[in-house]
Every structure is written in C-alpha cells, then in structure tokens.
Write a protein that binds this ligand. Structure first.
Ligand code: ADP
Ligand code: MG
Length: 339
C-alpha cells in the first residue's frame, strides 16, 4: 500500500476550515460578507452564547438558486470569479470560495434561501460538511444561515475559544466594522435575544457612526474628503483634543473591504505625534477607494491584509490632506508656554 495518499474532501475541508474559521467572529464576518456581496440592504446578525452555540445571519439579498446550493458547499466554489485574471479586478468581498465549505465542515449548518424568480425557497441542513437534508420551504427572498455548535467535531479548536463574553465582544466588533463600512445597509445585531445595535442604512456615514458609537464620539471627529484622479480618501479622524488610550477605534476600508494597515496607522499617527500626549491615539475611520489593480487583496485567507503597489503616493497624499485640515481648521491644541 502507498504511504502517501490524497486526503478525502471532508478531511481537506476540516483542515482548511482552520485557516478561515478561527472563532465565531470569523463565521460572522464570512457570512455577512456573503450577504453584502449578495446586494442586501438589510442584514441581521443574531448570536447566542458568544456565537459558540448559535449564529444566525439573515439577509434580503439575491438568494441562491436551487441548482447552485450543493455546489456552494464545495471547496473553491464561487460565483464571484471565473479565472485567475479576475483576481486583478476584484470588486466583491469574497472570491476564494472557502467560507461555506469551511464553516459547514466544522458545524451544524442550516441554509434557507430564495431568489426573486423562484416561487418557493429551499432549506438545507449540513452536518460536518455533508448535506443531510434538502427540502422546499416557503420563505421571503434572501438568505438565512444558521450555524450551530461551532467546532463540535474539532474539540481541539473548541477548547481554544475564550469565554462567551469575550467571543461576543469579538463578534460585536466585527459587526460594527461591517456596518461602518456599509452605511447603505441597515444592520441589526441581536445578542441573547436583545437588540444591541441598529444602523439606519440611509447611506450616511456620520449617522451610522453616531448609531454605533454615540454622540460624543461622532462630535469629536473632523471630516476628510479628498477626490483625486485615481484615489479617493474620505472619512473621519478624531480632533487632536480628543484621543483614545488604544487603537481599537481605527478602521480602514479599502474599496469597501475592512483591512488592517500598520502603514496607514503610522502615516496618520506621525502627524498626530507632536500634537497629542504619549500613549494616546487618534480614532480613525477611513474609506479609501483605489483602482483594484493598485492593490493585492489575495495575501491571506481572511483577506484582512492587503498590499499597496504604490505606498509612497498614498503616504504623500494622505499626509498632506490630514496636515492641511488640521492647520486649516485650527485643530492644533494650544500649549501652555509657561510649562
Ligand atoms: P465566496 O464568497 O468566496 O464566493 P463562499 O463559500 O463564501 O465563497 O460562498 C460560496 C457561494 O455561495 C458564493 O459565491 C455565492 O454565490 C453563494 N452565497 C453564499 N452566501 C450567500 C448569500 N448570503 N446570498 C447569496 N448567495 C450566497
Ligand atoms: Mg464568501
């Protein structure tokens, strides 16, 4: 018998699930991103017990055709790209076709979905990656996915999860980020049967910020609005007089995608450094639109990291618009020259 053999699909899915699904918050991120890609205007996220027992994401997007359901749960199945060249021009949040296969490999998943054209919807149960039930149901247009008992069949993963309240706070953070990035969509977040957060979906960024973080925070911000030839930088930064003790309120969106960027953080913080006390940080909510060919989003399975092909230009433009606004709006705090 050969020593080396190809793993079966179920095992492969369990392994790759480890890359995409680290914790309940990663499930929420993937499901909500699918809802956004489906053109939804309303998305509800409901969780119980830190998302370990129960996660539900309901949207009013385009739904999944009956014939596509089985394929959607296979690895590397996607409706969003066709060939490698498409990677240079991605406008959707998903494209790797890994979320549904990964999540369903390590949970008990229920999908209920209906497209506009279809009279009835479909309900599918998937257990540890295997479709165990598929039937027609009456339901509104859109998609609901319920994920129960995450990591029930991967005990090592399950053990690594934190307390319900810590996992809940990771989920709340990701829902906030997704809601901030998509002010045209009305988000609801329900935790243990209680409505925690709701955004208006009126396409107004500041009213979205207000509904998530409150009035004091919204009032502490000044607005950036730069539209260049191949670069748009918009958003909000806290005035140097209002800083925070950590970087938790720094949000960057590149073409609508949430990214982590030490580079963008540093660019802004170097301007703030002489203006604010040590160990204080500005709040930043920045939306950058840049031609997709100028960035590489396919760096990591979670797509949270991104590469800019031309950092220098971005650094120069961002620095000059932030400096200009701080000077123009007279935001430099007065220093007491006697001390
Ligand atoms: P990806 O998002 O990378 O394409 P996923 O595994 O997340 O891969 O989803 C597989 C496919 O299932 C998607 O390409 C899409 O066609 C379909 N799909 C998933 N979620 C939804 C949803 N909420 N509404 C409509 N279609 C969906
Ligand atoms: Mg996806």
């Amino acid at each position: 018998m050969n020593k080396i053999k190809l793993l079966d699909e179920e095992t492969i899915n369990k392994i790759s699930a480890g890359e995409v699904v680290e914790r309940p918050a990663s499930v929420v991120k993937e499901l909500v991103e699918n809802s956004i890609d489906a053109g939804s205007t309303s998305i509800t996220v409901e969780i119980k017990k830190g998302g370990k027992k129960y996660i539900r994401v309901t949207d009013n997007g385009i739904g999944i055709e009956k014939n596509d359901i089985n394929i959607a749960f296979l690895r590397h199945s996607t409706s969003k790209i066709n060939k490698a060249e498409d990677l240079d021009n991605i406008t959707s949040l998903g494209f790797r076709g890994e979320a549904l296969s990964s999540i369903s490999a390590v949970s008990q998943l229920q999908l209920i979905t209906k497209t506009t054209n279809s009279v009835v919807g479909n309900q599918v149960m998937v257990m540890g990656g295997k479709i165990v039930e598929n039937k027609e149901v009456g339901c509104p247009q859109g998609t609901t996915i319920i994920v129960k008992n995450l990591f029930y069949n991967t005990p090592a993963r399950k053990k690594f999860l934190k307390s319900d309240s810590v996992e809940s706070s990771y989920i709340s953070d990701i829902v906030n980020k997704l809601a901030l990035g998509n002010p045209n969509i009305s988000f609801k977040f329900i935790k243990n049967n209680k409505l925690i957060m709701k955004t208006p979906g009126n396409n107004n960024r500041i009213s979205t910020i207000y509904s998530i973080f409150g009035k004091e925070f919204a009032n502490s911000l000044f607005k950036l609005d730069y539209i260049g030839e191949n670069l748009k930088i918009q958003g909000f930064i806290s005035k140097p007089s209002y800083t925070r003790g950590n970087r938790n309120h720094q949000y960057f969106y590149i073409n609508g995608r949430i990214v982590k960027s030490d580079f963008l953080t540093k660019t802004i913080e170097k301007i703030y450094k002489p203006l604010i006390p040590n160990n204080r940080f500005p709040a930043i909510i920045l939306y950058i639109d840049i031609p997709p060919r100028e960035i590489d989003v396919n760096v990591h399975p979670t797509k949270i990291e991104i590469r800019f092909k031309n950092k220098k230009t971005l650094d120069n433009v961002l620095t000059s618009i932030v400096e200009e606004l701080i000077n123009k709006e007279n935001l430099i705090p007065e220093v007491d020259i006697d001390n």
